[in-house]
Structures are given as C-alpha cells and as structure tokens.
Design a binder for this molecule. Sequence first.
Ligand code: PLP
Length: 228
Amino acid sequence: MQTIADRLTNARQEIEHAIADAHRPAHCVRLLAVSKTKPVSDITAAYEAGQRQFGENYIQEGVSKIEQLKTLTDIEWHMIGPIQSNKTKLVAEHFDWVQSVDRLKIAKRLNEQRPADMPPLNVCIQLNLEQEATKSGILPAELPHIVEAISGMPNLRLRGLMAIPAANVSESQQRDTLSQLHALYAQLQATTEGIDTLSVGMSNDMAQAIAHGSTMVRIGTAIFGSRS
Ligand SMILES: *Cc1c(COP(=O)(O)O)cnc(C)c1O
C-alpha cells in the first residue's frame, strides 16, 4: 500500500515531468496539498515528508486543524473554498492565504479584519472563466476594478489568480479556458507589482494546467486518497 509520503513523491515527480514537457524551468510550480475532510494525522504525515503548503475548503474545519497544528509554525495555510461574508473574521485571523476571493465585499472584510500583528493576508482573485451562473468567481470584465480596489488595501497582498476550470469539457474547450486564464494572468503580472501565483490544476488536469503556465497546483485525491 502506498503511503502519503509515497504519493507526495509521485505527485512531485509528475509535476516536474509536466514542467519539463512544457519546457519551463524546474521547480517553477508549487504544490498545494489539499487536506479537506482528511484528519490531522494525514497532514502531519505529509509534513514529515517535507510538505509545507496545505489547502482547506471549509472554514471551521480549517481553523480547527490550524489550531491543533499551531506548533508547526512553518506550515502555510491556504483557504480555497467559498467564503460566506459572516465567516471572514475567522479566515482573516487564521489563514496565511485566501485563494477564493470571489467578490469585493469579501476582500473588504478580510482587509478590515486582518489582525494588526499579523503580516498582510496573501490573496488570489478567483475567476469564473466559463461564466457559469452556478459557480463563484469574478468575471474577466470585472477584474480591473477588483484588482485596483485590492491593491489599495493595506492588509491584503494580491498574489495572483485562481480558477477551477469545469471538468468534463472537450480538450479544445479546456485548452481555450486555460489559455484565456494564462493571458489574464500575464496581463495582471505586467501591470501590477508582486504577482507570482496562477493557481490552477487539480489531480485530474494538472499536466494541462502546467502546460498553460500554472504556478501552483492544488492536489487532494492524488496525495490523500479519495474523499467519502
Ligand atoms: C478539493 C479541491 C481541490 C483538490 O481536488 P482533487 O481533485 O482532490 O485533487 C483543489 N481545489 C479546490 C478549490 C478544491 O475544492
């Protein structure tokens, strides 16, 4: 049976293969281990295998794990799930990153609620590229306005873009979406200081995302096994 350490090694190798296939520089893609629904013992197993960046989707669950693991001070905790506006305070007080900023109201609240003795909260803007009505995220046309607003918030540090492209689309549709995302990212990088994160790619579309410029893949199942 494969251990979490084995599966992490495999995931890192797959990432480096995809990077090489795309003729990009080695180690240019970070691995976020998505530990949602998994026990704290799985996180410590991954930590012992050298993993430091973890993603959680559910606020209460994430905060509970952060508190249980607070002696591991070099873990970087990323919130990647939807955020209700009445929960922003918990997020601002515990996480290092929020990748799922999907409306201006959330950014404003996080900025106001980030404690003064903590470093600025790293944020990514979550894009809704397929313009799916059911999906959270900013439409590309709204991006300049929210970028400008976040850039003026002292307790947030804008790092880039995040997206969850639709699964079950044709390969050409997938390529179109990833190309559009990369173009928006390149434009953002050219016009804004400190942009270094294009968070796209999960267990099933990691290689394609890396071929289209992803700098951070978010991997759950391939590391921790399937979720019930
Ligand atoms: C669950 C989740 C992941 C990880 O997905 P896997 O298919 O298990 O790799 C990545 N990103 C987000 C936003 C998620 O909710």
